[in-house]
Design a protein around this ligand. Sequence first.
Ligand code: GAR
Length: 187
Amino acid sequence: MVKKNACIFISGKGSNLKNLILRSRDYSFPVSIKLVISDQKKALGLLHAKKNSIPYVIIDTNSRNYENKIIKDLKKHNIYLICLAGYMKILSKKFLKNYGKKIINIHPSLLPKFKGLNTFSRIMKNKEKKTGCTVHYVNEKLDNGKVISQRFFFIESDDDEEKLKIKTQKLEYFVFPESIIKIFRNF
Ligand code: GAR
């Protein structure tokens, strides 16, 4: 099968990146990961790029026009799909328009609930009965684009923020690859 090229954007640990690299090795998985972009030079996730000989770029978000540099790198690697996997910067409207191809994001809540940061503490405070994760297309509004896939679990009485995070991330490792497969199903 001819795979499309994907780029994964990270800011931290990169456990979703690690999982996507593993899944992308399946013959039938629709994308191949050709580039990793991080806005943090010390992001642990970069180790997964290094270990798997995937080119990576560290961007300085304080420099002017840094998004133009990203666009150049994406073009160079002929990237068709961007996956935001714990990337904590907001992409500008101009970037979304200039890139013009598919961008998806994973968020640790059942969107439209709990957009933004500090998700788990807000879920606990709100005494939610269930939570989960969402993969959605990225548009100019934060955590707002069309949902591709979502999964949930019921919150137990002894769950705390840390446990919610672990349970949510376990689900993420299914939902992210599943969403990518879904996007390309009718291709
Ligand atoms: C993931 O749980 C993802 O849902 C979250 O960051 C984590 C990154 O983990 N994203 C957001 O909160 C975006 N608003 P990872 O670096 O181990 O993949």
